[in-house]
Design a binder for this molecule. Sequence first.
Ligand code: FEO
Length: 383
Amino acid sequence: MHITKDVIYAGVSDKDKDLFEGQYKVPNGVSYNSYVILDEKTAVIDTTDGAFCDEWLSNVERALAGRDADYLVVQHMEPDHSSNIIGFARRYPEALIVASEKAFSMMKNFYGSSFEERRVVVKEGDTLALGRHTLSFISAPMVHWPEVIMSYDACDKILFTADGFGRFGSTSEEDEWKNEARRYYIGIVGKYGPQVSSVLKKAAALDIKTICPLHGPVLTKNLEYYIDLYTKWSSYTPEEDGVVVAYASIYGNTRAAAEILAQKIGEHTNVKLFDLSRCDIHEAIACAFAYPKLVLASSTYNGEVFPSMRAYISGLVERGYRARTVAFIENGSWAPMATKQMRALLEGCKDLTFTEAGVKILSSVSDKNRDEIEALAQELCSK
Ligand code: FEO
């Protein structure tokens, strides 16, 4: 697939993957993107997951159309992109390997070689001249590892963004982007919002017509839409008004309260309801970053919060959850403790506001609880 006359897609689709990074469900698979630039010199940008070495090398060979590879640019060392560096180096023994200093250290640790004899170490602002195309490198630490560089080709106005702007699922630009890109971003890079913001500021100075990420579609249209979402996500700004109601229920009574509340909220604004014991927890985590308000509803269990709620809050905290309004629904047949526990688990989060209204259930939803739910719905929908 030609992206421009000189830039060719050489990546692969992994349709059989069950869990990306061993935890994220990918029902529509995931792609490992790689690109070939043909010029006076040729450059290959990134490799792929190790399971696809032969397929990827064959794609590269086809893209090179009989020419040799002069450079392999390694933007990111996570194994979903770096696993075939050795395979490439063997296939193209004359090619130089281009990467950051940190990436070469990681190469040694991962693959036993830092390519002392054939390496080009680059840093922020360095360039690699290929002919008409010159790659300028942008340091992008923690987007998503410390060694990451992005590459800008001013000739075709392409920004190669490593994991940035990646998405689970297919490489089709026509497929819905936002939800799977958000689940990818929040799950994998969400903790590093300030670092992403910093790279976005650098990118704002560039004339970009195409974004080439290492996962998902090459982005060619309406780039402001994607950049706006990334600006929001990296600054922990909600995308739009709405409430996530996430519940952990044992016998259905906490669920009943959550459902009543969600129904009431849904009469006024967006609402998403998640059963934390059954849903894709990473979708529930990502969704909490999309909306400004979150309701946590949990049974008390062994004097603690219910396990699936603990995992959920831990997932939020780990990814820098902040600047949101949070409400609690707790249930406990003899000693409700869940609200206290949930609030304590959120202690490290910045700029949280807690609602005045809350719900305390003693086994099943009472008339008093219905009034509490009504008051909570009103408070959540009135601000
Ligand atoms: Fe797609 Fe951080 O690797």
